[in-house]
Design a binder for this molecule. Sequence first.
Ligand SMILES: [Zn+2]
Length: 497
Amino acid sequence: MDISWDKKFADRVAQACISKFNSLRKTGKPKDKEWTLLACVVKQMQETGDLEVVALGTGSKCLGEKHMNDEGLLVHDSHAEVVARRAFVLYLLDQVENTAKGKPSIMEVAGDKFRIIHGISFHFYSSHTPCGDASIFPKQDWIESVGKAIISTAQQPSFNDDTLRCLNESSDSDVWNKLVTEPVRKKVKTEENDSEVYDEVNKLKDAKNESGINESSNTNSLQKKAHEVNVNVESRHIYVDIYRTGAKCVAGERADPKLSGSNYHVTGVLRTKPGRGDPTLSMSCSDKLFKWSVLGVQGSLLMLFLEAPLYIQTITIGQCPYSHEAMQRALFERFREKLQNVQFPTKYQISTPVLLHSDIHFDFSQCSVDGIGREGSKMMPSPASIIWSSSTHGNKHEVATNGHKQGATTKSLSTPKGSVSICRRSIADRVLGIMMDREYFQEILSHNLTYGDLKLQSQNYYNAWERLKTKVLCNWSVKPKYINLFTVNSSIGKLPG
Ligand SMILES: [Zn+2]
């Protein structure tokens, strides 16, 4: 089947992910006044074009540095993208196990490793642009020259691309008519129940009438009044600003000037995740998505079993303020030059997923919830993260808060009972289980291994990561070594003799 990864495809992906989220039980979903982010990995069969969501994550929280010494039981980074990727790792581990046992699987044996069966591709969805570099872009541009006005309604996420256009007009009044009414009128036609849009129309109409702008206005006064009216009506219409990210530049990168308007941020630098209080060492999702586009989305432990890294083919961002240019910059362009002279181990590549944007909106995204404007009540990010993988969880998803299982008793917090299936220890346990059944791992398993030792067994992955870190991601935040020192295999009774 001829498959196009275009806008229509993006809408299908978004719809599939949102439907999957809606089908899950209520527990862990945002409550009243709460918002969250949704991310998924979607499988596509080339033969039929069919899509299937195989991993899903929600969340916007991240633990600070003081939670580091956790024996691998906590999930530090619970941003939806990271949760979805780890849920995808669970899915892939299930597939490896199934293949090894001769059960139905999307993988096949390749020598002493495994590979994805030909004709299957994987696609990433996120309801919002990834935090960090991809989320920094202009809110709108305004050129104050009569006859050439640019209106950008990018700050109103419910507006479609048709309204983001340049109005090059021959007469002043035409500019005004179009600037004030046309994009909004068009929007009203498509979403007649959107009271916010009606309010916007009325405000703009009133402002236009009050300003006394008419056909006979001369150029200068029209310009002046345009300016005044927009200041009065809605300052954002003339305010040249950028969307901001709470993600902080890491040491060694250029720092944000934090000046007004568009001079608040620098672009193209590595950042750690946003958050108040205890600072986090987790890198922003923009940076992590780039890392996955070179090292693969499977991570280091799965590379013990896979013939080649697994790359995502497309990234679809849901309805939210979006800039293709910022996505392109964050995920490829900013590293292009540095990547030129880097040689990666065989089968590693610099993948460039197709970047797509969908108009389909997720009911619990920040912009959807903000748009409701419920009596001035303050909207909050949901503290919970939903974890779901099609093969591991079936109909029963997990919920994490503060990096551990929701509702875990204080006593169980430092035990596997209080942890979720995507914490480092749980994933290591799964990996060890598969290793024990494979002859060529027996020598390694006869030693007492730490989590760090286990990761080092993926030598090609380790080499690729070292090259990427030393040549391209030089200022990537370094986590303290002790966090990888927990023992992973003492429980399986193969301690050194
Ligand atoms: Zn993020």
